[in-house]
Write a protein that binds this ligand. Structure first.
Ligand code: NDP
Length: 254
């Protein structure tokens, strides 16, 4: 179906080498997009590229450290040099430092904000000209339940993910004239390396997620394939500035 066809499109996914990023990469590749997996860990990126290729997708890796402005800009430049265009940017790279607010150092605060929020600004800023050049584009930002809620251990993370939603709305309004749609996905609790660490550190987390989630399960990276295709495809051309929760009903539960 043309509405969901991504043949000929080029997609960059930061943190596309594992977890939710790889789940989205699989969906985009299956819809026909050429995937650029962008992460720090070269072995992990190669293994993601191999997995995408084994399933019949077109994929390659470009290393990036999203904490570095020059690295974000080089990622976009190298993508355009290698593939001739950029159509889709998924700002997915992210991390957390789980501490009470009073225990945070300023350096830790900056690391979380820069990894999760400033990185998305930098990559989008760099991608704008390339998308404009091909007549439009799609930017998909990954927020969190912490874009909506707060938690004692998540001051910097929640600030970054709340900021992601407001940045999404502002960029959507700025770039609608250029046919660039900017939307955000808010994942619920998803079984990845990130939350495996949290499950080890926070007693009772596993059980409380199951109890609070109407779907009564943790999400899986593959749950993000469909929403990534929708937000990257012509099907969503009039959808911009939106936030879509992919959370098994977690944020709808009183
Ligand atoms: P993972 O830890 O599996 O993935 C995080 C990814 O971010 C890794 O691929 C990592 O790549 C990349 N990354 C982190 N820092 C940098 C950096 N400085 N430069 C380049 N890449 C970087 O976790 P998830 O898949 O769970 O997380 C993906 C996104 O989803 C994050 O933004 C996270 O906040 C968000 N999210 C996750 C939820 C969950 O329940 N899992 C819930 C809500 C939101 P590398 O290993 O190469 O450094």
């Amino acid at each position: 179906m043309q509405l969901f066809d991504l043949s000929g499109r080029v997609a960059v996914i930061t943190g596309g080498n594992g977890g939710i990023g790889l789940g989205m990469a699989k969906g985009l590749a299956a819809a026909g997009a050429t995937i650029v997996v962008a992460g720090r860990d070269a072995a992990k990126s190669q293994s993601a590229v191999d997995e995408l290729a084994a399933a019949g997708g077109k994929a390659s890796a470009i290393p990036v450290d999203v904490l570095q402005e020059a690295s974000c800009r080089a990622l976009i430049d190298q993508t355009v040099t290698a593939h001739g265009r950029l159509d889709i940017l998924v700002n997915n790279a992210g991390m957390s430092i789980r501490k009470q607010p009073e225990q945070y150092t300023l350096a830790e605060w900056h690391t979380v904000l820069d990894s999760n929020l400033t990185s998305a600004f930098l990559c989008s800023h760099a991608a704008y000209a390339a998308m404009k050049q091909v007549g439009g584009g799609k930017i998909i930002n990954i927020g969190s339940m912490m874009s909506i809620f707060g938690a004692p251990f998540a001051t910097a993370y929640a600030a970054s993910k709340g900021g992601m939603v407001q940045m999404t709305k502002s960029m959507a309004t700025a770039w609608a004239k250029d046919n660039i749609q900017v939307n955000a996905i808010l994942p619920g609790w998803i079984d990845t390396a990130l939350t495996r660490r949290a499950r080890e550190q926070v007693a009772g987390l596993h059980e409380s997620v199951l109890k609070r989630t109407p779907a009564a399960r943790w999400g899986a990276p593959d749950d993000f394939a469909g929403i990534a295709v929708f937000l990257a495809a012509p099907a969503s051309d009039f959808v911009t500035g939106a936030t879509v929760a992919v959370d098994g009903g977690y944020s709808s539960q009183a």
